[in-house]
Design a protein around this ligand. Structure first.
Ligand code: BGC
Length: 567
């Protein structure tokens, strides 16, 4: 291969910023699919789009196939059709069920492959140590125990038994390393951490991912003790590649090198193999070529990366089968997939309070259902759904997108007890028509640093608090369902609720919640995060000195005796 051909392989750009002709001319190695802005809507249309790019890659002299990647972090959630949206990782952590989580990753893999995508930028195996962090919900929990429980399950779920099969995708363990350990929970911030803590709390899941053959690992935007990970030879080359023996592809985060204020040379020297250069590929690519031509970066460094990238493509079977397969097309949004997701929703629910065993609710009585999150499938799905910040009209003014095929919480309740028994009081209405009010409230969607909050801001908004207060004051039995990407300070709401359920960000299968509220299934979820008493306690983690949370890590009530779950 020529130098140009090699360097092209090291570039990943975004589908909206490069044409098939660019692939042909610059030998680009990979494409990330941010959602094509127009609606394609069907798996055929997606496959056609990617196959068009693939044809261009195969027309080049070396004919090396492209690999298409996407942020499928909770199902094929960027697909603009009726794909299944899975609970975010914080909910998976609460299940404590790696077998189920492996099956969820199989669901995602099939739905991705059905649209021609063979690589996901998941799983995030972050250990979030400070719930002020906007990515807390991408973490299973605050302790390495959960990273260890789930890293291998997700990697083997995505990658299946045979990576060349039509229903598997390559996985990316991210973000290496200690992304959840930054001071103050600041996204892309700096982790002040000892080597011992780094290795014991943030590394074991990466080791498991590697042992299970993960094809890629993404560098973290953050820094460790003042050094940007993207430029750290000690972390990427020495620790990850040499000491841990990782033989796959080290990929940058989105414009990770540039956004970290580093040069391409620093990224190359550190050990980056593939550069996610979305906005800047047209300048970054010639820059790498120049660095090699000028002798600033040895050709052997390029060869090492290209060998890793080609090996990944070989492992994915792309040389034999470069074009998409329709084999999984029928699985998108299938009843089988929804049933697995619904099980995950049920198992992710954590019961914090159940006074007088008000739950399970009887099915033969009317209930009031109210709250901003009761009938909003965008809110219940959270960030990374249909677009970066979530499917609602976001803070950038990007219009809402449908979460096709999803079931809202109230719809699930209607399914469970019959439409005639559900009094819909809307977002904030008041009704006297029943004794029980299910109030569904929580955070609105966000992703990454956009979700960073002060400890004091980790509360329900005033309107939501007022709603709970009002129903309580009217003598209603309030059952609060909280949809949230992390614990919130909800002392008053807890006080005013007979029962309090944390549903995290459940995704498209809202009926899983009613199935547990009305007793078809039992509660089994357990907290992956310590629940603070007040803002002053944040950050709080199991193992802290003077550990005294409102609800400890591992807490979760059950129906039978309403005693604390013990396993
Ligand atoms: C995020 C990554 C993601 C990447 C690609 C970044 O902003 O940090 O988690 O995989 O974008 O979209």
């Amino acid at each position: 291969m020529s130098l140009e051909e090699k360097v092209g392989q090291m570039i990943q750009t975004d589908i909206s910023r490069a044409s098939p002709d660019d692939v042909r001319r610059y030998f680009l190695g990979s494409i990330i699919s941010t959602v094509p802005e127009g609606t394609l809507g069907t798996s055929e249309a997606w496959r056609e789009l990617f196959d068009g790019y693939q044809r261009a890659a195969l027309e080049t002299r070396a004919g090396i196939p492209l690999v298409f990647g996407i942020d499928a972090v909770h199902g094929h959630a960027y697909f603009d059709g009726d794909s299944v949206i899975l609970p975010h990782n914080i909910g998976l952590g609460a299940t404590r069920n790696p077998k189920l989580v492996r099956r969820l990753a199989r669901v995602t893999a099939r739905e991705l492959a059905a649209t021609g995508i063979r690589w996901t930028f998941a799983p995030a195996i972050s250990v979030a140590r400070d719930i002020r962090w906007g990515r807390t919900y991408e973490s299973f929990g605050e302790d390495v125990e959960l990273q260890k429980l789930f890293a291998a399950a997700l990697v083997t779920g995505y990658q299946g038994e045979d990576l060349t099969a039509d229903d598997t995708v390559g996985a990316t363990a991210k973000h290496f390393i200690a992304d959840g350990a930054t001071d103050g929970g600041v996204d892309r911030g700096n982790a002040t951490i000892t080597d011992a803590d780094l290795r014991s709390m943030h590394l074991p899941g990466f080791r498991d991912a590697i042992d299970n053959g993960v094809v890629a690992i993404m560098a973290s935007f953050s820094s460790v003790n003042g050094e940007k990970v993207h430029g750290s030879k000690g972390l990427l080359n020495d620790l990850l590649k040499t000491e841990l023996g990782f033989e796959g592809v080290v990929v940058t985060d989105w414009e990770g090198v540039r956004l970290a204020g580093l040069t391409m040379k620093q990224g190359l020297d550190a050990g980056i193999d593939m550069f996610m250069l979305v906005e800047s590929w047209a300048t970054g690519l010639p820059e790498i070529i120049r660095l090699v031509e000028d002798g600033e970066v040895p050709a052997s460094r390029i060869d090492e990366s290209v060998a890793r990238i080609l090996k990944m493509k070989l492992r994915l079977g792309l040389f034999e089968k470069p074009f998409s397969s329709a084999a999984c097309a029928g699985t998108i949004g299938s009843e089988e997939h929804r049933a697995i997701a619904r099980q995950a929703v049920r198992e992710s629910l954590v019961l914090l309070k159940n006074d007088n065993e008000i739950l399970p609710l009887p099915k033969d009585r009317r209930v009031i259902v109210v709250g901003s999150h009761a009938d909003n499938v965008a809110y219940q799905s959270g960030g990374w759904t249909k677009k970066w910040q979530g499917a609602h009209e976001d803070l950038y003014g990007h219009p809402a997108r449908p979460v096709a095929g999803a079931t809202s919480i109230i719809d699930g309740i209607r399914e469970a007890i019959g439409e005639d028994k559900v009094i819909d009081a809307g977002v904030d209405g008041f009704s006297e028509a029943a004794d029980v009010a299910i109030v569904v409230v929580g955070e609105t969607p966000y992703a990454e640093g956009i979700g960073d909050r002060s400890a004091e801001a980790l509360v329900l908004n005033e309107g939501q608090q007022e709603l709970i207060r009002r129903y309580h004051a009217a003598g209603k039995q309030v059952v609060t369902v909280l949809l949230s990407g992390r614990p919130l300070i909800v002392n008053d709401a807890l006080e005013q609720s007979r029962a309090f359920v944390v549903a995290w960000l459940p995704g498209s299968e809202g009926s899983g919640i009613a199935e547990v509220l009305f007793g078809d299934y039992a509660f089994s979820g357990r907290l992956g995060f310590s629940w603070p008493r007040d803002a002053g306690q944040i950050p709080i983690n199991i193992g802290d000195e003077d550990y005294d949370p409102l609800f400890p890590y591992g807490f979760g009530l059950r129906y039978e005796s309403a005693t604390e779950a013990s396993n």
